[in-house]
Write a protein that binds this ligand. Structure first.
Ligand SMILES: Cc1cc2nc3c(=O)[nH]c(=O)nc-3n(C[C@H](O)[C@H](O)[C@H](O)COP(=O)(O)OP(=O)(O)OC[C@H]3O[C@@H](n4cnc5c(N)ncnc54)[C@H](O)[C@@H]3O)c2cc1C
Length: 337
């Protein structure tokens, strides 16, 4: 376990933003977890758990303790003819889990290949891409409550997963340290290919469907739209796709007939936030080193030395202009700290 006072968080977030916190504790091994709760834990301290930092924006000095968990382990817990249960330590890079699935012919998370971040964070916003959400394979989530230091185990249904949402963003927001996630991956070959861009690419270029070819298609699609965080700082999609009522949608259609929409289970309509931002002419916009990615308007970027405050100011301008044009509020998907 490492402890750093007044830590610089620049290398701990994919935006590459310079940010500081009062204290940082790095939990490197399984045994550090108990050590932390036995010796360092203070019930009245403000904690923020940080994984790979690919969904956060630091815009101010954090006056509490950042808990960074980097435990890295994948254990097979159960296997049948149908599925495998994998227990994955929270700090394991998600990329390593999708690679493990690929190498071991396990199905269910191939569409989520290429999403940055660690496994402990994947249930928090129920990561999703190309028609698949991680809730479809999560068996259980284990960890500790930060207000009491007590352990917990939540089943899939107890996690209350929704679109980019879960109990860890609502009732249990900022109050848990997730230490492991158990995934149920299928041994039966089956793909989810209904997402329009993916279907097009598969139809066009893939003769022999396989886990490898689907993964490759997903990675190609992602690379064509998203910046490589090693070169340009970002947190992926900055905003959630907004959900509006049918009446509101039909009113908007009169003025904006090309609006993309997806129906939701609740009978409402999900709009494409990227298209709304694009229609407000933000795509490719740049102000100093803060900007909007030219290939995907949903992605705010740091070209080098942008501050968290500059990215936040740009976020607010975009929210205002989208609201003025469509009467739709864009909620940030990124956690603002
Ligand atoms: C280029 C790019 C592309 C992306 N594409 C996608 C995409 O397609 N789909 C998608 O859903 N997301 C996407 N994201 C967002 C991001 O990768 C995911 O949200 C990811 O799960 C965040 O993981 P992280 O470890 O970086 O979490 P962090 O950014 O460190 O934290 C995110 C949230 O999870 C909490 N958290 C982290 N670890 C723990 C833990 N152990 N216990 C409790 N709480 C914890 C944090 O407190 C915070 O609230 C993208 C990001 C980037 C930069």
């Amino acid at each position: 376990m490492k402890k750093i006072e007044n830590a610089n968080l620049k290398s701990y977030n994919t935006f590459g933003i310079e940010g500081y916190c009062k204290n940082m504790i790095i939990i490197e091994q399984e045994k550090d977890i108990q050590l932390f709760f036995d010796h360092d834990y203070q019930a009245d301290e403000r904690y923020f758990v940080l994984g790979g930092g690919s969904n956060v924006l630091f815009s101010d000095f954090f006056k509490g303790t950042i808990l960074h968990i980097s435990t890295d382990d994948i254990q097979k817990r159960e296997e049948t003819d149908q599925y495998v249960l994998l227990n994955v330590a929270a700090g394991t890079p998600w990329e390593k889990v999708t690679q493990y699935a690929l190498e071991n012919h396990l199905y269910g998370i191939e569409n989520l290949a290429g999403i940055p971040g660690n496994t402990g964070s994947c249930p928090v916003q129920n990561i999703g891409a190309y028609g698949v959400e991680v809730k479809e394979v999560i068996d259980k989530v284990e960890g500790f409550y930060l207000h009491s230091g007590e352990p917990f185990m939540l089943t899939n249904s107890e996690c209350a997963f929704g679109y980019r949402n879960s109990i860890f963003k609502t009732k249990l927001k900022n109050s848990c340290l997730i230490t492991s996630v158990t995934l149920r991956l299928s041994k039966i070959e089956k793909y989810t290919l209904h997402y329009a861009d993916l279907k097009k690419r598969i139809d066009e270029s893939l003769q022999n469907l396989s886990l490898q070819s689907v993964t490759d298609a997903i990675l190609m699609l992602r690379n064509s739209k998203l910046p490589d965080v090693k070169e340009v700082g970002s947190a992926g999609s900055f905003f959630k796709n907004p959900i509006i009522g049918q009446e509101h949608y039909h009113r908007l259609l009169i003025e904006f007939p090309t609006l993309k929409a997806f129906s939701t289970n609740s009978g409402e309509v999900k709009l494409a936030a990227g298209q709304l931002i694009d229609l407000c002419d933000w795509k490719g916009y740049r102000e100093g080193d803060a900007g909007v990615w030219a290939n995907q308007a949903l992605v705010l970027v740091n070209y080098g030395t942008a501050t968290g405050a500059a990215i936040l100011a740009l976020c607010k301008k975009i929210q205002r202009s989208v609201y003025e044009k469509f009467c739709v509020y864009l909620e940030a998907e990124v956690y603002l700290l």
